[in-house]
Write a protein of this length. Structure first.
Length: 255
């Protein structure tokens, strides 16, 4: 039996933490709220899936140059994954404006990242990791800073460091009699365990606990208070095909 534990909304939670965006954090802390459904209505998008996909792309959208919101709007309008919703640059410009109006902390944090990166040539993560930047030469000979990388690296990098803690906890507490830890891909942990209800339950609970342990480990190792919870969505099934997997609930699981 395959067990898969995905970090829920990892990049968005990390961005909300880095930005200390109070709107985003309040949404995350309330498990009864469906962020994607709410944003579908507030951003005026046609469906929840579009809203979900937009959120994770908007984290890294560079709306802070001379073109403002029009820059990323053009990218959304010409992206096959979003053009089905609208090919209008004006449409996406309005969506992006609504997004950054709602998440003002995210907007200001992104501006701060780019300003810091351009002024100092580096950005420092809460873990102490330093990301170095330098200008590159564009096709027309102009010098440009890698602004998208400045927005991306600290979020992706700190997310990867949080995953190290989850993997470490899982590895240290894993019972080899259950089965084997077989893979980790970006923001998930996977195991191949015996098809036994007790083992499946124990494995999933351990992985959930591993993600819940992350704030404590971040405080211990980085002396940083991570005030946004990192949680796992566990599934189990005969293979990794989504249609064959069942979402785990430790309270109702019966095997």
């Amino acid at each position: 039996m395959i067990i898969k534990a995905d970090a829920a909304q990892l990049e968005w939670r990390v961005k909300a933490f880095l930005a200390q965006d109070q709107v985003a954090i309040a949404e995350i802390l309330d498990p009864s709220r469906d962020i994607h459904a709410e944003n579908q209505k507030e951003l005026v998008l046609p469906g929840r899936t579009v809203s979900k996909n937009f959120l994770f792309r908007a984290i890294f959208a560079d709306a802070f140059g001379e073109q403002g919101f029009r820059g990323p709007a053009y990218a959304f309008a010409n992206d096959p994954n979003f053009a089905e919703t609208s090919k209008s640059v004006a449409f996406w410009e309005k969506v992006i404006e609504r997004f950054f109006t709602k998440y003002e902390g995210v907007y200001q944090h992104s501006i701060s990242l780019i300003r810091t990166g351009c002024e100092t040539g580096q950005i420092i993560s809460p873990s102490g990791r330093v990301y170095k930047y330098k200008t590159y030469t564009k096709w027309n000979g102009d010098q440009e800073w890698p602004r998208t990388q400045m927005l991306n690296h600290i979020v992706q990098g700190f997310s990867a460091e949080l995953m190290i803690f989850a993997r470490r906890y899982t590895y240290q507490n894993w019972n080899n009699d259950w089965g084997v830890l077989v893979n980790t891909v970006h923001d998930d942990i996977e195991a191949d365990v015996h098809n036994d209800p007790e083992i499946i339950h124990s494995s999933c609970c351990l992985m959930e606990d591993a993600f819940l342990s992350i704030p404590k480990q971040v405080k211990q190792w980085f002396n940083v208070v991570l005030n946004v919870p990192i949680i796992a969505e566990c599934k189990y099934g005969p293979n990794l095909c989504e249609d064959s997997m069942t979402k785990f609930n430790r309270e109702t699981f019966q095997g």
